[in-house]
Design a binder for this molecule. Structure first.
Ligand SMILES: *Cc1c(COP(=O)(O)O)cnc(C)c1O
Length: 352
């Protein structure tokens, strides 16, 4: 029996995708070669890359709206510095919303490039809420936000409005809910949370925001070069791109973001309802800011910990241990997580 995989990342992928991907590793497209041993310039792989990029723009409803989709390497962590490199003017200024460890890491990199103002932070309460009612300066090159805070289980519901460029790290909730994606000028996400295996990073950029900083940018870090080379400036991570493409196709076949959002809301409600109903558990994040992807919760009676952990183990539940900075439990319930697995967890919580 396959385990119930609540891992925060790398995370669960649809079973069909794993099956198709494993076949392609042996014999891709019936060409009697493996996907991972053919040229990335071959027609078979170029078609994969094009399809992946098209699916991204189609699912986000960004087709023919002046955006490009890139599959890069270096993880979301490299975007922490590529963003200021490409968007912060020489002697420019940026603003960041600090909603957790990942935002803090992004802020640290931006500071290497110039004046970086943290306009609000929820660090005072170990990031268990999303700051609101902050003022966005009007002399900034961009505002950077993190839509979903993987470690703490918080998620931005109302996105800030600004005349400056809006940059969003969507690593852990990309393609999970319907949004007007045109409100963002740059979106990035490491694939391994909600889209594919580790090894590629999706970047979606509004083309006309680039080339305006006056900075000289090394080629590998220059979004304009990657756009002009269609993510093939150097050898792309062929396997992660292929599996991401399969997952995006799976999502499209399911009915796209509209359909998955309903499923995700339903799945999250099942778990949050139990957390709120059961006196043995308490949610870790402020209710109004709760994430539909990473559900964080604590035991109210620590003496039950050993028993609950054993029950989880016996039921084949994997990856529910909370991040060390929050403690307790974290159930990551990304797009590919079946409701049945959440029901298994909820039943254990009821029987504790
Ligand atoms: C996991 C994560 C990252 C880091 O991603 P890497 O691909 O490992 O660099 C950044 N931001 C968020 C929100 C994450 O969840």
């Amino acid at each position: 029996m396959k385990k119930h995989n609540f891992s925060a990342g790398p995370c669960i992928l649809p079973k069909e995708v794993l099956e198709q991907a494993s076949k392609a590793v042996i014999n891709f497209n019936n060409i009697d070669l493996s996907l991972i041993e053919i040229s990335h310039r071959s027609a078979d792989f170029v078609a994969v890359m094009e399809k992946a990029q098209n699916l991204v723009l189609e699912l986000m409803d960004l087709k023919d709206k002046g955006y490009s989709a890139l599959f890069l390497q270096g993880g979301a962590s490299l975007e922490f510095l590529m963003v200021p490199y490409n968007l912060m003017k020489e002697n420019g200024k940026t603003a960041y919303l600090d909603t957790g460890a990942w935002s803090s890491k992004a802020i640290k990199e931006a500071k290497l490039f110039g004046e970086t103002e943290v306009i609000a932070s929820s660090k005072d309460k170990n990031y268990n809420y999303i700051p609101k009612n902050y003022t966005i300066p009007n002399d900034i090159d961009y505002l950077h936000i993190t839509s979903n805070n993987t470690i703490y289980g918080t998620q931005i519901k109302d996105f800030p409005k600004t005349d400056a460029l809006l940059v969003c790290d969507m690593s852990s909730d990309i393609f999970s809910r319907k949004l007007d994606f045109t409100q963002f000028d740059l979106i990035y996400a490491g694939a391994q949370k909600n889209m594919g295996p580790a090894g590629t990073t999706l970047v979606v950029i509004k083309n006309d925001i680039l080339g305006k900083t006056g900075r000289k940018i090394p080629s590998m870090l220059d979004y304009q070069i990657h756009i002009s080379k269609e993510s093939m400036f150097n050898t792309p991570p062929v396997f992660p791109v292929y599996v991401s493409m399969l997952t995006l196709q799976w999502l499209k076949d399911l009915g796209g973001i509209d359909a998955i959002e309903k499923i995700n809301n339903d799945k999250a409600a099942l778990l949050y309802d139990e957390i709120d109903r059961n006196p043995l558990f308490a949610g870790a994040a402020t209710k109004e800011d709760r994430s539909n992807m990473n559900v964080t919760f604590l035991l109210t009676d620590e003496s039950k910990k050993e028993k609950f952990d054993q029950m989880c183990k016996d039921a084949g539940i994997n990856g529910v241990k909370g991040h060390r900075s929050v403690g307790g439990y974290r159930a990551s319930i990304y797009n590919a997580m079946p409701k049945e697995s959440i029901q298994v967890l909820v039943d254990l919580m009821r029987n504790l």
